[in-house]
Design a protein around this ligand. Structure first.
Ligand code: ADP
Ligand code: TRP
Length: 331
């Protein structure tokens, strides 16, 4: 029996090194393990909460699919768009009456918005849309529709999985059967937080990202913009507190890391260290960049993969809804 792994990624910006090492690379590794069946979807309905420019959303969606494929997601995996499976939205509607408002009031993304509004003396609901408020219900539908065995997520998403389990239990209890499998999340503790060019967590909200699929020139420019301390050439430097070294080790072998650590102690200049990081990372990105460019120029290829997977996932989704609806008393 294959282990069904299911996860979603929101297309809300150009993919950066944090997204790659924190979310995409672990999924790709899971997809290349023979015992796993990986369903990885682009959470475009979730992205709509943030992005209202249609062309922008289309571009980010396309880039995310191309990135997953270019970076080596196994061909056995299913990449699909959330909006291509209407049964997900239908299930989300069906789950609403089983979801208490109180639990959504406590969901972290909504709660954080409310707290910021109150702190700034604004109306509590300023800039809050119902997509954000009901986000955990749609996320529960994403998962429950396909009976995922394990859901790889970042730590911030654990609460959403707990809400999903709570909703599933509520439906199971009312229908007096195990309609939904309670999902288990997996948080990869070995995945560290990638630091951005200003020393804070890399995030598009901080404008401190290094985009994965930018041109070679932009890639170099972003790497050379990484903030360091003011130590000059030949002064011993602390690799453990340096963003350049932190990023270098994510691309490097153990031997290359050891060698670079020694060079820090020997007083390599930050300019030289950045150049070494650039060369290593640029090399690493060489083939994926070519594949990404090719896919971005051949939308037909992306569409073909998405359509094929859409058909497979819709078939599974319909079967699930056929079991769920009568169990809720719907004809
Ligand atoms: P951003 O902070 O740029 O808006 P998202 O919230 O869209 O990024 O994150 C998408 C995925 O990438 C999530 O799974 C998240 O855990 C992961 N991720 C984002 N930034 C980092 C980072 N700096 N380090 C590790 N993982 C990250
Ligand atoms: N909420 C997740 C995030 O922000 C993305 C996501 C949407 C997801 N639906 C999902 C992840 C279902 C796992 C399973 O990163």
């Amino acid at each position: 029996m294959k282990n069904v792994v299911l996860t979603g990624i929101k297309p809300t910006g150009a993919i950066h090194l944090g997204n790659y090492f924190g979310a995409i690379k672990p999924i790709i590794q899971l997809s290349n393990q023979i015992d796993n069946e990986v369903n990885c979807f682009v959470a475009d309905l979730h992205a709509l909460n943030l992005i209202k420019d249609p062309n922008q959303l289309k571009l980010y969606t396309r880039e995310l699919v191309a990135s997953l494929l270019a970076l080596g997601l196994s061909e056995r995996s299913r990449v699909y768009l959330q909006s291509h499976i209407p049964q997900i939205s239908e299930l989300a509607t069906l789950l609403m009456p089983y979801t208490s408002k109180g639990i959504l009031n406590r969901a972290h993304a909504y709660k954080a918005k409310v707290e910021t509004n109150l702190k700034k003396g604004r109306d509590v609901d300023f800039a809050v849309n119902m997509g954000l408020f009901t986000y955990p219900v749609l996320m529960a539908a994403d998962i429950l529709l396909f009976d995922g065995d394990s859901v790889p997520i970042g730590k911030d998403q654990i609460q959403h999985i707990e809400i999903c389990r709570n909703i599933a239990e509520s439906v199971n209890f009312s229908s007096n059967k195990t309609l939904f499998t309670l999902p288990k999340f997996s948080v990869d503790e070995s995945v560290s937080t990638i630091i951005g060019t200003d020393g804070r967590k890399m995030s598009k909200s901080y404008h401190n990202t290094i985009a994965l699929f930018s041109s070679e020139k932009q890639f170099r420019k972003a790497i050379f913009a990484i903030k360091t301390d003011a130590k000059g050439r030949n002064e011993a430097k602390d690799p453990e507190n340096c963003t350049v070294f932190h990023l270098f080790r994510h691309f490097a072998s153990e031997e290359q890391t050891r060698d670079m650590r020694q060079q820090y102690l020997n007083g390599i200049s930050y300019g030289e260290a950045k150049q070494e990081l650039f060369e290593l990372a640029n090399d690493y990105m060489g083939e994926p960049r070519k594949r990404f460019k090719h896919l971005m120029e051949n939308q037909g290829k992306i569409d073909e993969i998405l359509e094929k997977n859409q058909l497979v996932m819709i078939k599974v989704a319909k079967k699930k809804l056929e079991a769920v609806k009568p169990s809720m008393g719907l004809r």
